[in-house]
Structures are given as C-alpha cells and as structure tokens.
Design a protein around this ligand. Sequence first.
Ligand code: ATP
Length: 240
Amino acid sequence: MVPVVPRIDLCGVGKHYGGGEAGVTALEDVDLRVEGSAFVVVLGPSGCGKTTLLNLVGALDIPTAGTVRLGGADLTRSSQRERREIRRHTVSFVFQSFNLFPALTARENVRFGADVAGRPRAREVTEEVLDGVGLAPRGDHFPHQLSGGEQQRVAIARALATGNPILLADEPTGELDFHTGVQILVLLEAQTAAGRTVVVVTHNREIARIADRVVELSSGRIVTDGPPPGGRVPVGDLRW
Ligand SMILES: Nc1ncnc2c1ncn2[C@@H]1O[C@H](COP(=O)(O)OP(=O)(O)OP(=O)(O)O)[C@@H](O)[C@H]1O
C-alpha cells in the first residue's frame, strides 16, 4: 500500500493562455476536491480544458486565477523549485503516446521512475513493478520491440516505480485498440486497491462508466461531478 494519498484541492481555478484578442480561457471557476483513493475520470470534448486541468493538478503549471493545493501545499504560492519537489513525491504521469525513452530498455525506463523519485531499493522496486504489469520477461526489450499495449504497461510501471500516490493519465487508451485499451484500464483501476488516486482524462464516455467519480468539463467549466449515471459497471461491460 502507498502512504496516505494527499488531498487534491482546486478552488476557483481559472487558466487563461496568452493575452489580448488571441487569448484563450481554458478553465474558469473550477472547484474540485479529491480525497483518498479513487478512480476519477475527467470527461469532455476536445479543447474543453482536460489537459490543462491535469497539468495544474500535476504541478506542471499554475493557474491564472484561484488556488491549487496538493496535500495542503499551495502550489500557486510555491516557488518552481518547491513545486518540483512536491511533484517528485506526489504525482506521476501516463500519456497517450507512452513517452518512453526509446534508447532505454523497458527495465531501464521503469528504473528511471524509481531513480527520479529517489526510491531506496530502486533495483528491487523496478523488478517488482515490471512483474506487476506482467512484463518481467520483456524487461530487456526496447520500446520499438514492444506492442502499443506493452509500451503503455511500461509507462504505467515507470509511473508506479516512483511510489507516488497520485497517478495522472492523459487519454491512456487513445492509441490502443479496444481489447488492449481495456487491459490498460484494468491495470489503472487496480491501482486504487493499492491506495492510489488515479485521475484519467478522456473524451471517451465509455471509460467514465467504470469510474468512482466522473467530472465532466464543458468549455472550461465543470458541468457535472459525481458517480457515473446509472452506477458503476464492471470493466467487462465496456464497449467502444
Ligand atoms: N499553451 C497554450 N497556449 C494557448 N492556448 C492553449 C495552450 N494549451 C491549451 N490551449 C487552449 O486551451 C484550450 C483547452 O486546451 P486543453 O488542451 O486543455 O483541452 P483538452 O480538453 O485537453 O483537449 P484535447 O482533448 O483535444 O487534448 C484549447 O482551446 C486550447 O487550444
């Protein structure tokens, strides 16, 4: 089990890019609190602000209005260095296009996660996590020798190797076929049983059906926030 999951707290958050007539309001007046382990799906069409929201929760960016707190620490009042430290010990990321280091093997990619977070026993952690995603036999393979689903499993393993309690995933099934996408969702969802908070951003409404909580964005505003309509279904019920 991971240590206690820090609370995610967004209060009156806005994000405006650029200035003048060319400026874009990506988020407006967003209030969001996530406490404890949960599988949260942030849903919405292209351009509604999902990635912007994830970048703020992940301490990669700061809002132009409101406050973002992770575990009580106000990221908007922190220096870049403080934000980097909070990020390093709190959140890890999984992306649509895997973002593995092409010149590193699967094992080395995973080890990078453990090292960057300063984990003790990094070698053992790497092996445990590789095994946990079912890729121990492929540890010496390079990303280009792996299927898309296997590459995404390496990316998840790298995120888990950090030991961080919050896992942020941006369209993690976007480049995968249905069957492989479901395997990835099963793996992500399983992380809540280990005590993590998993936030998945997607435009795929089906994925929201397996969430504990669905946060729906439209034009930069939260329009619904709660359990999936009709209740949560097992992963086996998904179709797309
Ligand atoms: N760095 C930036 N500079 C200017 N505008 C930006 C920037 N990043 C995002 N935007 C704009 O902010 C809005 C929200 O973008 P964002 O990427 O958060 O949406 P999204 O819901 O993740 O979209 P998609 O599903 O297509 O990835 C869009 O209008 C986008 O063009």
